[in-house]
Design a binder for this molecule. Structure first.
Ligand code: ARG
Ligand code: ASP
Length: 710
């Protein structure tokens, strides 16, 4: 290559990779490897020390942050183990404690003393105390040409060894996780607390104000928060629930600030992002946009149309199906936004350009032919994956999630496979029967018909069980309404009362159960195994693809995809332009809540007491220029799992609570575009305002701001 050509390629590569790995600040950093990130934070105004961010030896921010019940984030905000998280993260607990007399979902809940706090069996929170790079130990003895199976068992054995040898306290656990598709491994020393009690929640009219209509959207006006408390056993250690447990005395809690943030201010979001896939090749993104998302969206379109129709027709049905509707609508809306965002950000073209660079770089290096053909092999592997992946999605969406009769049939079949006694256990019985709670026959029948049609139309030929081929959904549904135990609680109870042998022969005559069994059999026997083995191939090639990229570009900073481990990300408070001619400011106020208010509406209603407080402008110390700020936007890179993450200001004080992203930017899981990707937070002053003025929970205000706390 001549000199000019060399310079040209060098520039192409540097510019290209700068582009690939978007702006440095919009990344999810591993806290133990955040030296560079910290220096960027300081450039943006951070005034806390590097050791505040993460310090394995002394209390640091990570010691105040928990993974909340497996899927969300929460943070400790008082010396007595008080935890702040989202309303939607605590929702099932709030709902579980609600009855017609004490409807905490509708009216909110505020414990006025420790005694009034409500235990939640099964709920847990996990602290990460230490993070250690264990790549060398985990990959010890692993070679490039090892067969995949052998490699895997070697890695598994090494992980066991790492776990065993890791120094930890008796009450701590060690988890080892793979990063960069298995190019790196980190160990996490963790503490899990299992006595978590509900302390406070606003009425859902505040906690999920705007519900599905506003979900994933800006401008937003939601008070999406709830409060819990960690209880500890003897010596402040983790313990199972006991009335004798005491409020946990944390090593560290976050200091709450009433000062808020301004446009352009630094914010740090610290939590447990679940899953991103930022290194996918262009052709994989194309598959997601053109095949996977449209299929899932179409199935959910149908399910939501049916649920929505019945919910609008009748208030009882609305109540029964709101939670279900919200769950289905959440990712339905996200996938739609994702597709729009991918196209607007030119994600596919961008990746194609980088792949061209990659190929050019590879040509000039001494790599094997198979390494040089890595992108072609990956393309093949993804093509192999697609049919099984689509089948798996059809099964999950149309056969399971949105098809209550089949879902119940699976529960029954699985219970029967596991039964060892004369009869099903009480627990198995209870689980099957509880699936009739919040159900309605008309809705379930219509879902069955629509979803079974979807199954027949969308399941790749090779994966459709024979029994479905000639079935006429309407006729089958009518028959099932008359005869099947899957459609009727009384019939199911009778069935479950039978001795096992009688039960087995009774279900032979229930063609509803036979359908479910055939579907489950197909899934376990073919769809899922095919999917898993194709996915393993993809992962192996992705591992190699990433390794090559890192070798070719040793100076570029590669950041690992989110994988449910603790990450710190930062950005600034900033609005965005969703479309030509439209600009969004980064703040909303209580005046906007009142503007959206629709009396009696299931999404935009408000409690009378809230309206009264507003009319009196009784905003206390939470006011700013005669109003209260409600939500604000930032450029931090977040994803599902970051819900409930603290947003810290430049001094490391808590100013916001992360809960969502904007619709135009939900493709950030695949391709982050700093122009339109934004995270959404609740302003801490709004949270305190609600606790204080609406909840009148002075005890909590005192606890959060107590002199000991500041
Ligand atoms: N979109 C947010 C997230 O993915 C909030 C979801 C809860 N709200 C709802 N209406 N479903 O978790
Ligand atoms: N709402 C999401 C969550 O609950 C956060 C996000 O996807 O931005 O984790």
């Amino acid at each position: 290559m001549n000199f000019r050509k060399k310079i040209f390629f060098f520039l192409l590569i540097v510019l290209g990779f700068a582009n690939l790995s978007h702006a440095q600040e919009n990344r999810m950093w591993i806290p133990s490897e955040a030296n560079f990130a910290y220096s960027l934070m300081v450039e943006s105004g951070a005034r806390f020390s590097k050791n505040d961010l993460y310090d394995p030896a002394k209390p640091s921010f990570n010691d105040a942050i928990v993974q909340f019940n497996g899927g969300c984030t929460g943070e400790v905000i008082s010396p007595y183990g008080l935890i702040l998280t989202n309303h939607h993260c605590g929702y099932s607990a709030i709902q579980a404690h609600s009855t017609l007399e004490h409807n905490y979902v509708a009216d909110g809940f505020w414990a006025k003393s420790f005694d009034e706090e409500l235990p939640n069996p099964g709920m847990y929170v996990t602290f990460v105390r230490k993070i250690i790079d264990v790549t060398d130990s985990v990959l010890e003895g692993v070679t490039n040409d090892m067969p995949e199976k052998e490699r895997q068992s070697r890695v598994d054995a090494n992980i066991q060894k790492v776990k065993k040898n890791m120094s930890r306290k008796p009450w701590q656990d060690v988890e080892v996780k793979s990063f960069f598709y298995g190019n790196k491994y980190y160990a996490f020393v963790e503490e899990t607390f299992k006595d978590i009690r509900l302390v406070g929640a606003p009425p859902s009219a505040i906690g999920k104000f705007g519900a599905d209509t506003d979900n994933w959207m800006w401008p937003r006006h939601s008070g999406d928060f709830s409060l819990f408390r960690i209880y500890a056993g003897k010596n402040n250690r983790p313990a199972e629930y006991s009335p004798d447990n005491k409020p946990y005395r944390p090593e560290k809690y976050l200091k709450v600030s009433l000062n808020g943030v301004k446009k352009g201010d630094l914010i740090i979001v610290y939590g447990f992002p679940g899953k991103t896939q930022e290194y996918l090749p262009s052709f994989r993104i194309r598959q997601i946009v053109e095949k996977v998302n449209p299929l899932r969206i179409a199935i959910r379109d149908k399910a939501l149309e049916i649920l929505g129709k019945y919910m609008r027709s009748n208030d009882t049905l609305k109540l029964k199906y709101t939670a279900k509707f919200a769950r289905v609508a959440n990712y339905w809306k996200k996938w739609k936004g994702e597709n729009v965002g991918i196209s607007r950000a030119h994600a596919i073209e961008n990746k194609q350009y980088l792949e061209k660079l990659f190929r050019t770089q590879m040509q000039n290096k001494n790599y094997s032919a198979s390494d040089k053909a890595i992108l072609d092999s990956l393309r093949n592997a993804y093509e192999q994956l697609l049919p099984a992946e689509l089948a798996r999605n059809v099964f999950i969406e149309a056969g399971y999630l949105n098809n209550p009769w089949m879902q119940r049939g699976f529960l029954l079949s699985i219970a029967l496979q596991k039964v060892s006694d004369e009869k099903l256990s009480e627990e198995q019985r209870r689980r099957i029967l509880s699936s009739f709670k919040d159900s309605d026959k008309r809705v379930e029948k219509e879902l069955f018909i629509a979803m079974t049609k979807m199954l027949k139309e969308n399941m790749p030929e090779a994966y459709l069980p024979g029994i479905f081929k000639n079935l006429i959904p309407e006729q089958t549904a009518d028959w099932m309404m008359q005869n099947s135990a899957l459609t009727d609680r009384k019939r199911m109870e009778k069935l479950l009362d039978l001795k096992l042998s009688d039960l087995q022969s009774a279900i032979k005559n229930d063609s509803g159960v036979s359908l479910a069994q055939a579907l489950l059999f197909e899934y376990n026997g073919k769809i899922n195994p095919d999917y898993q083995s194709a996915q393993a191939d993809v992962n192996r090639l992705m591992r190699k693809y990433l390794k090559l990229q890192m070798e070719l570009n040793p100076v570029a900073r590669f950041n690992p995809d989110a994988n449910g481990t603790l990450r710190v990300t930062f950005g600034k408070v900033e609005g965005y332009d969703p479309r030509d001619g439209v600009h969004y400011e980064p703040f909303t106020t209580i005046d906007g809540v009142i503007e959206k208010y629709i009396p009696g509406d299931y999404e935009f209603d408000l409690p009378e007491s809230y309206i009264n407080i507003y009319k009196k402008k009784d905003f206390g110390p939470y006011a700013l220029k005669g109003t209260v700020l409600v939500n604000f936007l930032g450029t931090a890179h977040t994803t599902g799992g970051n819900s409930g993450s603290p947003a810290l200001n430049a001094s490391g004080e808590l100013v916001g609570l992360n809960f969502d992203r904007v619709w135009e930017g939900t493709m950030s899981d695949l391709f982050y575009d700093p122009k339109i990707c934004r995270n959404i937070m609740v302003d801490m002053r709004y949270i305190l305002f609600i606790i204080d003025k609406l909840g009148k929970a002075r005890n909590l205000i005192y606890e959060i701001n107590s002199p000991k706390n500041n």
